[in-house]
Design a protein around this ligand. Structure first.
Ligand code: NAD
Ligand code: ISE
Length: 336
């Protein structure tokens, strides 16, 4: 069986996902493309030699009879509209993060999905599919380091463009930690605070960078996440869990160690696309397999909502400087 996929948004990650669906993964083909910039669709189709129809309207793509599943990889503010339309059309939809730009937008999707009576949404949180995070979770669940007490994490990008704003450090960047740490600890957040170290001279004048987000979970675990999006030296994701009887660290990506010029070195990646390349493959293959098996199991609309509730609190904490409480309603049985 082959799943016919329509893709909305042919920018950076859209192209990556189109390439993997057409050249790397099994049982999928991209049959339809849409972007507000039609030329981009034409370029992608030509570069990857796709037999795909190009639609000028995302809604026409969603409703096209040969499109069985939709990939939403357009800008974040468009996600809610397209995911709701896919649910209405009765189609499975893989939506890149964020599921919607506000918690209320995510809740609208949760309610529409529950009203339809069937899980149709997978959110593009790829880290739970990363072999390093999975190995870390296994260690925690084995009990080897005891109960997790503290986490020290970092999300560093070499640089960002001028359009990147201080709140995007939460909604675009930290959102990955908000999802994966909840999954790792099997816990929810109860409060957030943001503190500001000295600002780097490499950040644009309107951007506060770096920032440190302090989170507390329902079970009392304390988490600090450094977000530093102009760190210059690489794309670097760190996660250290301090338990009652030991410490567990997220493995570094595999890299050859060299000894030359009187130095012992290991290269650090610079591009987010490469850091999680295998995880992106695994998450999308899981989506394809699960749609074909008619049972979605990946990061759900509820996970998208939970991350958005925490993100809203972190943005409020950025603005107020206060410790902001995070209140999650109980998880509906539909998402157990
Ligand atoms: P991008 O700017 O490179 O691409 C976005 C594309 O969406 C552009 O081509 C734009 O023309 C198109 N678009 C905008 N509005 C549209 C509309 N109304 N209809 C159709 N197309 C529209 O951005 P990107 O880096 O590819 O990011 C896209 C999404 O993917 C964002 O939500 C981002 O947060 C997410 N993302 C996720 C990861 C990850 O690690 N999971 C990595 C990068 C980006
Ligand atoms: C980008 O949008 C992503 O999602 C990357 O995974 C992330 O690391 C980066 O910081 C974001 O800008």
């Amino acid at each position: 069986m082959t799943l016919n996929i329509g893709v909305i948004g042919t920018g950076a990650i859209g192209r990556e996902h189109i390439r993997r669906c057409s050249q790397v993964l099994q049982n999928a083909r991209v049959v339809a493309l849409n972007d507000i910039d039609r030329r981009q669709c034409e370029e992608v189709a030509a570069a990857l030699q796709l037999q795909a129809e190009i639609y000028d309207s995302a809604h026409d793509l969603i409703n096209a009879p040969d499109v069985q599943a939709v990939l939403v990889t357009s800008w974040g503010p468009t996600h809610e509209e397209f995911v709701l339309a896919a649910i209405k059309a009765g189609k499975a939809v893989f939506c890149e993060k964020p599921l919607a730009v506000t918690a209320q937008g995510c809740m609208n999707i949760v309610e529409a999905e529950m009203a339809g009576g069937k899980k149709r949404v997978q959110v593009g949180f790829m880290r739970p599919y990363d072999s390093g995070y999975r190995a870390l979770k296994q260690v925690l669940e084995s009990g080897e380091i005891g109960t997790p007490l503290m986490l020290h994490c970092a999300h560093r990008n070499p640089e960002v463009g001028d359009s990147y704003t201080t709140d995007m450090a939460i909604t675009d960047t930290l959102i990955h930690e908000l999802d994966v740490l909840r999954w790792l600890l099997n816990d929810d957040y109860v409060s957030a605070q943001v503190i500001w170290p000295r600002k780097t001279r490499h950040a644009s004048s309107h951007l506060k960078d770096p920032q440190i987000v302090l989170l507390e979970t329902a079970q009392g675990t304390r988490i600090d996440v450094e977000i530093f999006v102009n760190c210059q030296y690489g794309y670097d994701i760190q996660c250290e869990v301090v338990g009652e009887s030991g410490i567990a660290r997220l493995p570094e990506p595999m890299a050859v160690q060299t000894r030359s010029n009187a130095a012992l070195s290991v290269a650090i990646l610079t591009d987010w696309k490469k850091r999680f390349i295998d995880a992106y493959d695994v998450e999308l293959q899981a989506f394809i397999n699960n749609v074909l098996a008619d049972e979605l199991t990946g990061p759900s609309a509820w996970d998208g909502y939970a991350a958005a509730v925490a993100a809203d609190a972190c943005v409020a904490a950025q603005k107020s400087g206060d410790i902001v409480q995070i209140t999650m309603p109980p998880r509906p049985a539909f998402y157990q």
